[in-house]
Design a protein around this ligand. Sequence first.
Ligand code: HEC
Ligand code: HEC
Length: 163
Amino acid sequence: MGGGGIHDCLVGMDAGDGQGAVSASATRHHSQGGEGSIDAGDQRRLRSEDFRQIAGHEQEPAGQVFKNIQLEVLKKAPAARLLLIMNLGYSRALGVNCKYCHEEEDFSKDDKRPKRAAREMAVMHFSINQQLAKMKELEPNPQRHFINCSTCHRGSVKPKEQP
Ligand code: HEC
Ligand code: HEC
């Protein structure tokens, strides 16, 4: 499974808080969509270590590699892709770091309300996309029509507070 390791790693990589100092100073990397927009503050990012923890399992379904994936769409996603979704899709879209949703010691826990809210949001977002796909009067788009977390959030947990 390789599931246990990732959690330790993920704690270590939580770069902002000093605990992850080793890895933070050496390999913090800004390549992942690093336009600086979410670099204000202590946002931790995915680093190569994160992927090392799931080495050999990157392409296995996230539902098998991780302990507590409940959304069908995410269960099927390759494990490496789940990490990218967490980093870019979730953290970046909301302008938060992993700790906003996750308990540092165990990412599979559901103790934090925002994590549970994020699941509900994911369901909403999939259903909006299903409706978009059924629309007949939109201009054709080869990439299909879709929304994601950023469409509403745009870097803020409270979309309505955006100007
Ligand atoms: C907005 C909330 C949110 C943020 C921010 C977030 N996550 Fe998640 N994460 C989730 C949700 C929700 C799930 C469970 C998805 C499901 O049940 O299908 C999850 C699941 C995971 C899992 C699987 C844990 C397990 O064993 O079941 C890992 C690993 C993970 N996230 C890593 C990260 C990392 C790394 C970051 C920061 C880059 C991050 N997450 C940021 C909401 C979030
Ligand atoms: C259609 C617009 C829309 C989309 C798409 C959307 N959200 Fe939201 N989200 C909202 C609104 C509105 C709120 C409530 C904000 C408030 O409390 O004022 C919210 C709240 C949240 C919260 C709770 C924040 C808190 O701490 O109370 C989380 C977490 C969240 N969204 C995550 C996500 C994630 C992850 C995605 C993508 C899977 C997503 N949202 C997609 C509109 C959206």
